[in-house]
Design a protein. Structure first.
Length: 160
């Protein structure tokens, strides 16, 4: 059997059981309610200790990146996407009951055409589906083999 949560805090905190606020974030995020998803984690993030605090910050930035994309704010969308990659990459492939690696791959695909857009220019219409967050079970060994997006580091650095 595989383990759940290959991130830096395996065995503590949010690794084995998704916190109710994270579950609520997942539902809002997948419904496209990005502003509300961001707000749903603020209280938990403010009181969290490391390493959960950075994980939660990454989830918040994921929601804000898509909120800014939807608003047409190219700079805000790129900056939050880049910081989301920085915060969540260490928690891939799974953490807190979420398939983090899968979420990063979704973002990489979604933002593929947006990285080159200059500030003030309209963002391209997405050619890929909007990213979704997925739950995992602790015995899903296939998710532990999910690759971390290879282009994420260079793409995230280019988007700054």
């Amino acid at each position: 059997m595989g383990t759940c949560g290959a991130g830096p805090d395996a065995g503590v905190g949010l690794t084995r059981v998704t916190h109710p606020e994270v579950e609520h974030w997942l539902e809002l995020f997948n419904a496209g309610e990005y502003f509300e998803a961001h707000e749903s984690l603020e209280g938990l993030w403010l009181t969290a200790q490391e390493p959960e605090k950075t994980f939660l910050k990454g989830l918040i930035h994921a929601a804000v990146a898509l909120y800014q994309y939807r608003r047409g704010n190219a700079h805000g969308a790129r900056v939050k996407c880049a910081s989301m990659f920085r915060y969540l990459r260490p928690y891939a492939p799974t953490h807190g009951g979420l398939a983090v690696g899968s979420l990063l791959l979704d973002f990489e695909r979604f933002y593929r055409d947006a990285g080159w857009v200059s500030d003030g220019s309209p963002l391209p219409h997405p050619t890929e589906p909007w990213p979704t967050a997925r739950r995992v079970l602790c015995d899903e060994t296939a998710l532990n083999d999910l690759p971390i997006p290879l282009g994420s580091r260079s793409q995230a650095e280019e988007m700054r």
